[in-house]
Ligand binder design. Structure first.
Ligand SMILES: *Cc1c(COP(=O)(O)O)cnc(C)c1O
Length: 458
């Protein structure tokens, strides 16, 4: 009965959904950058017993729409600068909505030749855009955290093999020790991936970095073919990029595995104006990046890239009695999951729609807005702590307590929203320009609010 009801009104529900999407988009420019505490009290409605009888789908959707209108965080409004959260390009949203209606599985080629072909094409385009080696393989995962885990799994297998240890058959207990070298400010997903994979805390050497989060190549000593070296294209606080060219030469000579965390910064390689930052990345062994940040795909769209297809496939390999393994691309052979939505469709739609010039424009625009923000703040005397080479601006007050009251002022303003962080032991405010929606006007209004916050806080 309840299910019959669903099919009869499917079209009406979609109409209702589209109207809600339009209304949300229309209201965005006037929305506060973050819901008020009062708005968020509406979430207490969720605390209700699960009813034993069905509810009318139209009513459920209507309730959801009302709740979201009040409480959803407007990350796509152009004035949300927290967490490198990215925006959503209309083509990506539209492609996702259409693709979700197809509900394509992307574990096996036979489940969706369409999803498999799109993944294949995205892999090719990304290799070309980012200037990576031709043989590179790409797995489409939920984000950079997962991409990092996958890349490290491949690295672990390879480095242990270098020590004459077959981790696949002999496991990890009693295996030779591997070393890891990472910047002290590596993203927390690096530490987690290492822990999940059993690298052992004491085998990880975190090395100091400069004010922009970059490793001094001369501090990387004793590389060998049992070492995993983690570098960054876009530090999560400063946006700083390591000197890949110089470091990779050393690492390649020693046979170390180089992994680059490029969650948002790897896309610098797609811009003629920014690619100098990523010079030498092609000499790494694996890369992790997100499409849901700089590329402005909806959430849950990350990519792991590895230039050793055999090792990578070997780390991910799986089988099932019903799995029809063919020569064609089977998505699940490149990621740890089986059932998974066809998330590459959004990547494909964005790349196809923007073309190389459009991706460059997107990257450049985010960087230009960040530069504008930094220069407006600097003019007003707000301390800028980083060298703004990409889309990140790191600021603070003159003291920790001033920083903290500035942050409160900004977060309560409703004009824009920034997050707090710590950098080199200091409390800071992080401004990430990562949404295509952010206009120059948004930057000017937000800079005004941040400046006011600075002058009114002590
Ligand atoms: C966001 C981010 C991550 C984690 O990526 P998720 O997509 O959130 O899993 C890792 N490294 C850096 C530099 C990031 O900005």
């Amino acid at each position: 009965m309840a299910l019959n009801h669903q099919s009869n009104i499917a079209t009406d529900l979609l109409e209702q959904a589209f109207q809600a999407i339009r209304a949300y988009q229309r209201d965005l420019p006037n929305k506060r950058a973050y819901p008020t505490a009062d708005d968020l009290r509406a979430l207490s409605q969720l605390d209700a017993p699960l009813s034993s009888t069905p509810s009318k789908p139209a009513d459920v959707l209507s309730d959801l729409i009302d709740l979201g209108a009040k409480t959803a965080v407007p990350t796509t409004g152009g004035r949300f600068f927290g967490f490198v959260s990215g925006g959503v390009l209309p083509i990506a949203l539209a492609a996702r909505l259409v693709a979700d209606s197809w509900d394509q599985g992307s574990a096996l080629h036979v489940m969706s030749p369409l999803a498999a072909s799109i993944e294949q094409q995205c892999e090719k385009w990304m290799i070309e855009l980012l200037g990576l080696p031709e043989q590179t393989v790409a797995g489409f995962v939920s984000g950079t955290s997962m991409a990092t885990l996958c890349a490290f799994a491949a690295a672990r297998l390879h480095l242990l093999k270098n020590s004459g240890w077959d981790a696949d058959s002999d496991g990890l207990f009693g295996a030779p020790t591997l070393r890891v070298i990472a910047p002290e400010n590596a993203h927390s997903c690096v530490e987690r991936a290492l822990r999940l994979l059993g690298f052992g805390k004491r085998n990880v050497q975190y090395i100091p970095t400069d004010f922009n989060g970059r490793i001094d190549p001369n501090t990387i000593l004793d590389l060998d073919d049992r070492t995993l070296l983690v570098l960054q294209a876009g530090d999560v606080n400063t946006g700083g990029f390591d000197r890949f060219e110089e470091i990779c030469v050393k690492a390649n000579d020693a046979g170390a595995w180089v992994h680059i965390d490029g969650a948002f910064g790897l896309w610098a390689a797609a811009s003629e104006n920014k690619k100098a930052l990523t010079q030498g990345i092609q000499n790494a062994d694996s890369w992790a990046c997100d499409a849901h940040k700089t590329l402005n795909a909806p959430y849950e769209c990350g990519v792991v890239l590895c230039k050793h297809p055999e090792i990578y496939r070997s780390a991910m390999k799986t089988g099932a009695s019903y799995a029809v393994i063919t020569e064609q691309r089977n998505g699940m052979a490149l990621v740890p999951e089986m059932s998974r939505r066809a998330r590459a469709i959004e990547v494909w739609a964005i790349l196809k729609s923007l073309g190389k010039a459009g991706v460059q424009e997107l990257v450049d625009q985010l960087c230009e807005r960040a530069t504008l923000m930094a220069s407006l703040l600097k003019q007003s005397g707000v301390p800028i702590l980083n060298d703004v080479v990409f889309n990140q601006v790191l600021i603070s007050g003159r003291s920790s307590s001033q920083t903290s009251s500035m942050l409160k002022f900004i977060q309560n303003s409703g004009v824009c929203w920034c997050g707090g962080s710590t950098w080199k032991g200091q409390d800071v405010i992080r401004i990430s320009i990562s949404a295509w929606e952010t206009t120059e006007q948004h930057i000017r209004e937000s800079a005004h609010t941040i400046t006011t916050a600075f002058h009114q806080s002590t």
